[in-house]
Design a protein around this ligand. Structure first.
Ligand code: ZN
Length: 161
């Protein structure tokens, strides 16, 4: 979860949640499953271990994570100009797959992965900070500004968190 709305999803995630097939059936419309290894964002191949991604234009956020799969909203992602921001969103949701529900940990996972894989430069991280800036705090997220500060510290930290 990136911005705010994920409280109910967070609970569902803790309790197991649906399979990708069940999710697609529930949301209907043009939602579809992209198998692991087959997803590209602006021509850039993105992988999250063996996890598939559900593309759902009706998701109420840019991305979300359920145990075992990621969800991205292509319609919202298309409004973002910066490729590093789009890749960071995918990596953040992937972080939930490997590190659990904590938002700050998922942010840190994403920026360290981006640094290691070479797609996140300090300039790209600034784009992420600009993207996050309007986000308000809620039960599970700090403000966008606080998240940016934490991500910068994490980006600079050579030990993997
Ligand atoms: Zn999240």
């Amino acid at each position: 979860m990136l911005v705010a709305v994920g409280m109910v999803r967070g609970v569902a995630a803790a309790e197991g949640g649906p399979t990708p097939e069940e999710y697609v059936r529930q949301v209907g419309g043009d939602a579809k499953i992209v198998p692991a290894g087959m997803l590209a964002i602006d021509g850039h191949n993105v992988v999250c271990g063996t996890r598939p991604t559900v593309l759902d234009n009706k998701l109420d956020d840019y991305g979300a994570a359920f145990p075992g799969f990621l969800i991205l909203n292509p319609k919202l992602l298309a409004r973002i100009k910066s490729l590093p921001v789009k890749l960071w969103i995918h990596a953040h949701e992937c972080g939930h797959q490997f590190r659990g529900p904590d938002e700050e940990t998922a942010d840190c996972f994403a920026v360290q992965r981006g640094r290691r894989q070479g797609w996140l430069t300090p300039e790209g991280l600034e784009d992420v900070c600009i993207f996050m800036a309007p986000a308000k705090a809620d039960n599970v997220h700090f403000t966008g500004t606080q998240r940016c500060e934490a991500m910068k510290a994490c980006y600079a930290d050579r030990s993997i968190r």
